[in-house]
Design a protein around this ligand. Structure first.
Ligand SMILES: Nc1nc2c(ncn2[C@@H]2O[C@H](COP(=O)(O)OP(=O)(O)OP(=O)(O)O)[C@@H](O)[C@H]2O)c(=O)[nH]1
Ligand SMILES: [Mg+2]
Length: 252
C-alpha cells in the first residue's frame, strides 16, 4: 500500500483535491481507499472507505462534555490519535494500492502536536508521501507566501515524508497564482517582492526566513492547480509519482 497524506491550512482545498486524486488513481486502474481523518467534516466530495467519524463522534462529544462546536472540535482532534489504530486497521483490511488520507483543517495536529508523526507513521504503508497545499486565496502577498512556506517545512520536519507542494484554487485568482509560482521558482524575485511590499522589522524577518529556506534548498517548488477546472492536476500527479518513488529509494 502507498499512502498519500493531503495536508494544508483550513479550507485550502484538501478534500476536493483528495477526491480528484481518487478519480485519477482509479482511472489508472489502481485500487484506491479514501480515508477521512477529519472528525468535524459534514459532507465529503468523495466516497469515503475508511472514516474517523465512525470512531470519533463530535455531536456526542458536545453533549457529553457540554462543549460548543469549537471546543468539541479541539477535543475530537485530540481523540483522533487515540483511535488511529482502529482507523489504520480498517485501511489495512481494505488493502488498497493507494490510501488517500484527507486530514483535518486543524493543521496544528501535523505541524505541532506530538500525535501528528504518530498518526502519519502508524499506517501500514510501504511508501508514504505528502501533498502540502498552499491556499491560492491566502497566498496573496509575498509575506504570506513565506509564512506558508515555513509552515510547509514545519510539517515536513515533523512528518519526514517526501512532499509535493500545490497551489490550489488557481481558477479563482489566476494572476496572483502566476506571481506566487514565479516566487517559488526564483528566490530573488520573492526577495524583490518582499522589499516592495513591506519595510522595517517585518521585511527583515521575512527576508531572513526566506534566506534560511533558500540556503537550505527548501524554497518549495509549487504546482499551480485547480480541482474545479482540472488545470495543473496532470503535473501534480507526475510530481507525486516522483515523490513516492523517492520514498522507495530511501527505503531501499
Ligand atoms: N474555485 C475553486 N474552489 C475550490 C477549489 N478547491 C476547493 N475549492 C472550494 O474551496 C472550499 C474548501 O474546499 P475543501 O476541499 O473543503 O477544503 P479543505 O481543505 O478540505 O477544508 P477543511 O477540511 O475544512 O480544512 C470548497 O467550497 C471547495 O469547493 C478550486 O480548485 N477552485
Ligand atoms: Mg476537508
Amino acid at each position: 500500500m502507498k499512502a498519500i497524506f493531503v495536508v494544508g491550512t483550513a479550507g485550502s482545498g484538501k478534500s476536493l483535491l483528495a477526491s480528484k486524486m481518487r478519480e485519477h488513481y482509479t482511472a489508472s486502474g489502481a485500487f484506491v481507499a479514501s480515508v477521512n481523518l477529519d472528525p468535524g467534516v459534514e459532507d465529503l466530495p468523495y466516497t469515503c472507505d475508511v472514516d474517523v467519524r465512525d470512531h470519533v463522534d463530535i455531536v456526542s462529544i458536545m453533549r457529553r462534555h457540554g462543549l460548543g462546536p469549537n471546543g468539541a472540535l479541539v477535543m475530537a482532534n485530540d481523540l483522533v490519535a487515540s483511535k488511529i489504530g482502529d482507523v489504520w486497521a480498517e485501511a489495512d483490511a481494505v488493502n488498497p494500492d493507494y490510501a488517500i488520507v484527507d486530514t483535518p483543517g486543524q493543521i496544528e495536529l501535523f505541524a505541532y502536536r506530538a500525535s501528528g508523526p504518530f498518526i502519519a507513521t502508524g499506517i501500514n504503508a510501504d511508501e508514504r508521501a505528502c501533498a502540502f497545499l498552499f491556499d491560492g486565496m491566502l497566498v496573496n502577498s509575498p509575506a504570506n507566501f513565506v509564512s506558508i512556506a515555513l509552515l510547509a517545512e514545519s510539517v515536513r520536519l515533523r512528518l519526514a515524508m517526501p512532499t509535493v507542494h500545490a497551489l490550489t484554487k488557481v481558477d479563482m485568482a489566476p494572476s496572483a497564482a502566476d506571481e506566487a509560482v514565479s516566487w517559488s521558482e526564483d528566490a530573488s524575485s520573492l526577495a524583490g517582492a518582499l522589499a516592495r511590499d513591506s519595510s522595517g522589522e517585518s521585511l527583515e524577518l521575512s527576508t531572513a526566513i526566506l534566506r534560511g529556506l533558500d540556503s537550505a534548498g527548501l524554497a518549495p517548488a509549487i504546482t499551480p492547480v485547480s480541482s474545479v477546472t482540472g488545470e495543473g492536476l496532470v503535473t501534480l500527479w507526475a510530481s507525486l509519482a516522483r515523490a513516492i518513488d523517492m520514498g522507495e529509494e530511501v527505503v531501499d
